[in-house]
Design a protein around this ligand. Structure first.
Ligand SMILES: O=C[C@H](O)[C@H](O)[C@H](O)COP(=O)(O)O
Length: 221
């Protein structure tokens, strides 16, 4: 089984959590793209979606699923999204595709966050995947210097701006032993819009696809 097939199987397993008649929150990335595609036969059950990126919005609309603003939808019962890394507490690194800010908002506004991924994303400690941080343009260098003080090596994501018009610093060299503390520390740096560490709002359920099939994990809390 390829990594992409693992993503697709995880996405397929998430379909059973759909709540017919209720709007759904939709993340961003290649795993979520599978999930959106698999929604086709269920679209009459989905009145609307709240989307975390322009890319997911375009894909949902192409399928005929109406996309609404979060302000209009209110709180959501279900949010489905991928991750770049997860630990056993279902704390995540997200933002490899640059959609971390809208993703964090929708996750916060949702009662159940189902994370879908291929099994390579489950790691003993977060931090091998460079941690994305969205920053306001004028704060880029200042935030980078503050991150060096925390022991990370920030690298500007070249030629990239988020859907919000901001740059991203990818932080290398972090072994994240205390995700809750680090999320708070980085979030407090002036000029940081969002850090792609989802520790205060982890996933509620992790669905992993791999050669041995699909496994579902609840957070060890
Ligand atoms: O910004 C992008 C998101 O956080 C994605 O959920 C994350 O990068 C995982 O993407 P993929 O499903 O393509 O591995």
């Amino acid at each position: 089984m390829t990594q992409d097939e693992g993503k697709r199987e995880a996405a397929r397993a998430a379909l059973k959590y759909l709540r017919p008649g209720e709007p759904i929150g939709i993340g961003t990335g290649s795993t979520v793209n599978h999930f959106i595609d698999l929604l086709a036969p269920h679209k009459s059950d989905i009145p609307a979606a709240v989307s975390s990126s322009e890319a997911s919005t375009a894909r949902l609309k192409a399928l005929g699923i109406p996309v609404v603003d979060l302000n209009e939808a209110g709180s959501l019962s279900l949010y489905v999204d991928g991750a770049d890394e997860t630990n056993r507490h279902l704390q995540l690194i997200k933002g490899g595709g640059g959609a971390l800010t809208r993703e964090k908002i929708i996750a916060a506004a949702s009662r159940m966050f189902v994370c879908i991924a291929d099994e390579s994303k489950l790691v003993p400690a977060l931090g091998k995947f460079p941690l994305p941080v969205e920053v306001l343009p004028m704060a880029r260098s200042y935030v980078a210097r503050e991150i060096v003080k925390l022991g990370g090596q920030p690298e500007l994501r070249a030629g990239f701006t988020t859907d919000n018009g901001n740059p991203i610093l990818d932080i290398h060299g972090l072994r994240i032993e205390k995700p809750l503390e680090l999320e708070q520390q980085i979030s407090m740096i002036a000029g940081v819009v969002t850090v792609g560490l989802f520790a205060h709002r982890p996933a509620d359920l992790l669905i992993l696809g791999g050669p041995k099939g699909v496994q579902e994990l609840k957070a060890a809390r």
